[in-house]
Design a protein around this ligand. Sequence first.
Ligand SMILES: [Zn+2]
Length: 114
Amino acid sequence: MATIKATCPMCGDVDLTPRQVRVQVVEALEESHSRRTYAFGCPLCHEDVEKPADAEVVRLLTSAGVHVDRIAVPAEAREEHHGGPIGYDDLLDLVLWLETHDAIAEDMALSHGR
Ligand SMILES: [Zn+2]
């Protein structure tokens, strides 16, 4: 089994097995927004250590047998938003509006065309 050398900020260099290391890759649509980290519990001081990793480190750890957690960021998370979050007043306004409008699709088409 491969031995992985990592550095604990408290203890210095430590030897780990692939099962002691976790790699997490958060894959955004744009490569520059993607985030890669590796983490391990230090076998000496038992502190959790997390460090940034580049694509090459992820490739090396993967080839050594480390499991990679890949998390895809949905496209909706990358959308640009304007205005504040929806509040209770907005929901109440919507409920009141729905009570007086039967043909919602028709009304939405009219307001969208304005
Ligand atoms: Zn340590």
